[in-house]
Ligand binder design. Sequence first.
Ligand code: ATP
Length: 330
Amino acid sequence: MSEPLQSLPLPLGARAPAKVNLCLRLGPVLPDGRHRIVTLLESLSLADELTLTALPPPGGFVARGRSNGDEVVCEGVAGENLAAAALRCFRRASGWDGPPVHLRIDKRVPVAGGMGGGSGDAAAALRLVVAASGLGAQQGSWLLELAAELGSDVPSQLAPGLVLGLGAGERVQPLPALPAHAVLVLPAGVGLSTAAVYAEADRLGLGRTSAELEAVERELAAAVGEGGAAGTDGAGQLPLDLFGNDLEPAARSLHPPIGDALQAARDQGAALALVSGSGPTVAGVFPGEHGAARARAAAAALAARYPGATAAVPVGADFGAVRAVELEDT
Ligand code: ATP
């Protein structure tokens, strides 16, 4: 049996938004060795671009049962790509044996920067292959479980938006969007290993107790849950006092220039400056309707010191949705 390539509605495109952890509270080590956290993750308009096309097999047909042969091209990322692992896991878990595909990833999100670039790409690859396979109707908890196998930050990126992440970050609760704001992103130009930052946090004794984490979870849920921060008219205040990152001292210890970047963001008028995830990228929060213009001006002022400095706004699931693309776009 063989399957004609034309049965795939390709090429398809999807954006993989970066995430910023507006709040990340660190708890004890879980039995599986990961840390328990409570985190508020927000997807941003700074995004990688993914394009899925058919990979022409010899003769134009592919033998059923062939589960490998997909190709991922991602300039700037060495070694195994998390998006390739996502395609492989999807084929294994779903039994889909469609023709091999070519996935191109145009990186815009800083690599190893604490902005979830790899996790976002893996989640977008899953969205794309779900659409290409026609197995969309079967989406549900199995896709979330598959995403969690790939990494604790992947489930939260399956449907971009604002989410509360619990467990090791993989138990996700979607939340309504926050009041208007924008985010200044200051890349560090180098990467930090997530594992190294967590190990440094342990060395520094930064973890909170489970009871403290549960209190944070309740506070966040009350402040940003349904009818929370944005209010019914969307004109509420950002709960900046609840934001912050427990990993910051660990990331700064491993990469001291983070301190200057935090100060630079504050000097440019950010109401709050924080390290994103495990760093070293720094995010500055600019609240209000004029936040985007102020964040853009800050990015322009800091571009010479921080190459790649940019302003981003929060985005929802539509922004990362799969769409048909023209080959000329790819
Ligand atoms: P997180 O915040 O989820 O811990 P991060 O944003 O700090 O992660 P990533 O950009 O996801 O870090 O990269 C971490 C490592 O993952 C990189 O050093 C790279 O080797 C590997 N990697 C695999 N696939 C990708 C990808 N598609 N994009 C970026 N990095 C990838």
